[in-house]
Design a protein around this ligand. Structure first.
Ligand SMILES: [Zn+2]
Length: 498
């Protein structure tokens, strides 16, 4: 499909406008003008935009509507067997729509209805273009239902830290790795990190297997033939990249975190005993992070242990996926991974990204707190790690862009992890520990449940610290070379090798 908007290198206005709309939708109904105005003629229906115009992934997300709720009905069979699936999406039009898009990749699409009437559809790359039988008025809430045969082997590859993403088959089931934009391989989605809606998951499994997904187990019934039907309600809205739905022979381990927070781990049966010595530390990790970032932002948490060779974990909402190897080695390594994914529940998941160029805020914070915790629990000192990152920083700028200037292929590179934790470390050295701690708590609590971006962070830093730090932060975040590290005049940057 042709782009309706020209991608721009820096964050574009359409993204900000869309994110602002989402933030408004999350915090309450939009303010309405109260002054009497002459009624305007309604705009003629037109197509919704095929993407939000994110500078890095311009076709991700869609224009013309806001998703209110997703329901996924999956009749799951076996790790590599296609199965019948239905996605039911309730949405509200934000313009008069002649047609609209969803993000959807692969699978075999059978039928699409809008409000129960057959709709015409075509597929154009990863865009599913739907034309309802009649145009949809601005403000109308409508229901799209897509029936398809799902392919649970569908996976894509990135050359950065993500590696494989999409459906990840396990020996007896599956786990999901949707980041960055793999949700569309699982269900038709409005898939951008700034967008979220509540989910209902209704999954049937063969006898002897368990299913787990984001949120609360609302119902579990056994049908004829011994198949089990599992219903999970996310309750709180979920960004598509943080959807989790896993099937396997799981042991559920229940714990209680601070203030009675329910914690339920889902662990493949054979891994339950060997991972318990680390998994039991989660309540301590929650308490440690609450001291720094304020109250845990969701109504439950748990670790899903992935029975896979996956190289990286993922902060799926309220149920972080951590591959088995991360929980079978040393305590320092296991806690680093656990604290990293748990930090994301505040920063990355609850405080979501306005655009992909803001990824440094999510990964930089997770790496910073991972290392801060590690320093106090047997790992390397934060200063040692930051000094090493400082040495490499010009090289990383050259290879993968400044922290807030990523290119799409180099999004999940070290610059967004240690290279961005280094920006937070520089800020701490500049303003001092007390002011830094106030900034961090303000960021995680004020932006809770919203999408927020780099400029929002810079503005908040200046406001909370009481000094204009935009000129200090700009070269750190956007410049071609690494600025001096406050308080460490002896730190040096290695020359760049081409
Ligand atoms: Zn991370």
């Amino acid at each position: 499909m042709n782009m309706h908007r020209t991608p721009r290198r820096r964050r574009s206005l359409p993204v900000l406008a869309a994110a602002a709309t989402v933030a408004a939708a999350l915090t309450g109904p939009p303010a309405r003008a109260t002054a009497p105005v002459a009624p305007a003629a309604p705009a003629a229906p037109s197509p919704g935009a095929p993407g939000l115009g994110d500078p890095l992934l311009p076709l991700d997300g869609n224009g013309g509507y806001t998703v209110r709720h997703y329901t996924l009905d999956f009749d799951w069979q076996a790790p590599r067997t296609p199965f019948a699936a239905t996605a039911t999406i309730r949405a509200t039009a934000t313009q008069a729509l002649s047609r609209f898009d969803l993000d959807f990749a692969g699978n075999v699409l059978r039928s699409v209805t809008v409000d129960g009437r057959a709709a015409t559809f075509r597929r154009d790359g990863d865009e599913l273009v739907i034309t309802p039988a009649a145009a949809l008025a601005d403000g109308r809430t409508f229901t799209v239902q897509a029936a398809y045969t799902a392919d649970p082997t569908q996976v894509r590859h990135r050359d950065d830290a993500i590696s494989d993403y999409g459906w990840i088959p396990t020996p007896d089931g599956t786990v999901l790795y949707p980041q960055p934009n793999g949700a569309k391989m699982v269900f038709p989605a409005d898939d951008h990190p700034s967008l979220r809606a509540p989910f209902t998951f209704r999954v049937t499994t063969p006898p002897g297997l368990e299913a787990v997904a984001n949120g609360r187990l609302a119902d579990r019934t056994t049908a004829a033939g011994g198949r089990v039907r599992w219903t999970y309600e996310s309750g709180q809205p979920v960004t598509p990249q943080y959807v989790q739905l896993a099937i396997g022979q799981f042991t559920f381990v229940d714990r209680t975190g601070p203030h009675g927070l329910p914690i339920r781990d889902a662990v493949p049966d054979a891994l339950a005993a060997p991972t318990e010595r680390y998994l039991k530390l989660t309540p301590d990790h929650v308490a440690w992070l609450e001291q720094r970032l304020g109250p845990y932002p969701f109504d439950r948490y748990g670790v899903l242990v992935g029975d896979t060779d996956l190289g990286v974990a993922l902060e799926t909402q309220g149920l972080a996926l951590i591959p088995r190897a991360d929980l079978l080695g040393t305590r320092v390594n296991a806690e680093a991974n656990m604290v990293h994914e748990l930090t994301h529940q505040w920063l990355g998941v609850s405080v979501a990204l306005k655009s992909w160029s803001d990824l440094w805020l999510s990964e930089g914070h997770a790496r910073y707190y991972e290392r801060l915790h590690s320093e106090a629990h047997g790992g390397d000192s934060l200063a040692t790690a930051m000094r090493q990152a400082y040495r490499r920083h010009d090289q990383w700028r050259h290879d993968a862009g400044a922290p807030a200037e990523p290119t799409e292929p180099d999004l999940f590179r070290k610059m967004r992890y240690d290279g961005s934790a280094l920006v937070l470390y520089a800020l701490r050295e500049k303003v001092g520990d007390t002011a830094f701690e106030r900034i961090e708590r303000a960021w995680s609590t004020r932006c809770r449940g919203r999408a927020a971006g780099t400029q929002d962070f810079v503005d908040l830093v200046s406001q909370v610290s009481g000094q204009d730090l935009s000129e200090f932060l700009h070269p750190w975040l956007h410049g071609p070379t690494t600025p001096p590290m406050p308080g460490h005049p002896d730190w040096v940057v290695d020359p760049v090798a081409e």
